[in-house]
Design a binder for this molecule. Structure first.
Ligand code: CU
Length: 106
């Protein structure tokens, strides 16, 4: 077995391990409220935002470590996002001013 092949196998093992440990947390939106005010996840984890409401939501964050806008999505629709940078993420809805939550990425 040559050295290049061994190195390639090592990389594949690391990628597989990362995939195994990445978790998905589900946050639902109902009556213009997030199902939780705070959520703590690990770096590399996925958060799935699920719209259980009768109205559209547009989830976004202006935080430095997770600047995103999931766009407008309607009832029964979901949007997923992976958080790769540790820190505090302030999540808001562009449609409903009172809708806020915080995600702590460890
Ligand atoms: Cu909303």
């Amino acid at each position: 077995m040559n050295k290049r092949l061994i190195a390639g196998m090592a990389v594949a093992t690391v990628l597989t391990a990362t995939a195994v440990y990445a978790a998905t947390s589900i946050v639902t939106m109902k009556q213009k409220t997030f199902s939780t005010m705070t959520l703590t996840i690990q770096k590399g984890d996925v958060v799935e935002f699920r719209n259980d409401d009768t109205v559209y939501h547009d989830i976004f964050s202006l935080s430095d470590n997770a600047n995103f806008d999931l766009g407008s999505f309607g009832p029964s629709e979901t949007r997923k996002i992976t958080f790769n940078t540790p820190g505090k993420v302030e999540v808001e809805c562009a449609v409903h001013k009172g809708m806020k939550m915080t995600i702590q990425v460890k």
